[in-house]
Design a protein around this ligand. Structure first.
Ligand SMILES: O=C(O)CCC(=O)C(=O)O
Length: 195
């Protein structure tokens, strides 16, 4: 499998064809039905509003980020199959997965780093994309430089080492009429590092 790395984005690896077209569309459609989706409320400038995407948290550990705690549901069968494929390829174990469902171009995720204490100081995060292509934006925490990468369906993005320390990432909205996308970020929560 082809593995791309980028001079400016150290600690990032991109595998464009981790799943082929038929496979990623199969899992996209399966997960739309199989996963129990929720839409959570967030506070934005003191005002409560719904997050612009659906999400699910599966695995064995709870996860606290941006002031909210997600209680885990058990891995669903399709997610478990994907987790095992990613584990085999990366030779890493994952006990948790955050699954985001961007129903249309207006769904998005703001700039952030996955740098919660319980992920450890240099987390290994594998991010698998299913369905429609979306842009990911990266912003350097050191110099403000920005980079972008097209996350095509079936691609696997690996963030490791100092990546979360040095960069933020986001999925911006697009005005294009596009179909849905599901992203799974596989993580390993270290329970002994929780508060
Ligand atoms: O949808 C994506 O590719 C990004 C997901 C993400 O940033 C996250 O789960 O922290």
């Amino acid at each position: 499998m082809k593995v791309n790395s980028y001079r400016n984005l150290e600690d990032l690896r991109f595998i464009p064809d981790f799943l082929n077209e038929a496979e990623h569309m199969y899992y996209y459609n399966r997960l739309v039905d199989e996963v129990v989706w929720t839409q959570r409320a967030i506070k934005f400038f003191g005002k409560e509003m719904l997050q612009p995407r659906l999400l699910a948290w599966q695995g064995t550990e709870s996860y606290t980020y941006s002031g909210t705690t997600l209680s885990p549901l058990a891995f669903s069968p399709g997610v478990l199959e994907l987790k095992e494929r990613v584990s085999q390829f990366t030779e890493q174990q994952f006990n948790s997965v955050l699954i985001n469902y961007y129903r249309k171009g207006n769904d998005s995720m703001g700039l952030h780093s996955d740098d919660e204490k319980e992920l450890g100081s240099e987390p290994f995060i594998a991010s698998l994309s299913l369905g429609h292509t979306r842009n990911m934006i990266f912003k350097s925490k050191n110099c403000g430089a920005t980079e972008r990468l097209l996350l095509t369906g079936g691609s696997l993005l690996i963030m490791s080492g100092k990546f979360q320390k040095n960069w933020k990432h986001a999925i911006p909205k697009t005005k294009k009429e596009i179909g849905g996308r599901i992203n799974l970020t596989l993580r390993n929560i270290l329970s002994y590092l929780k508060n």
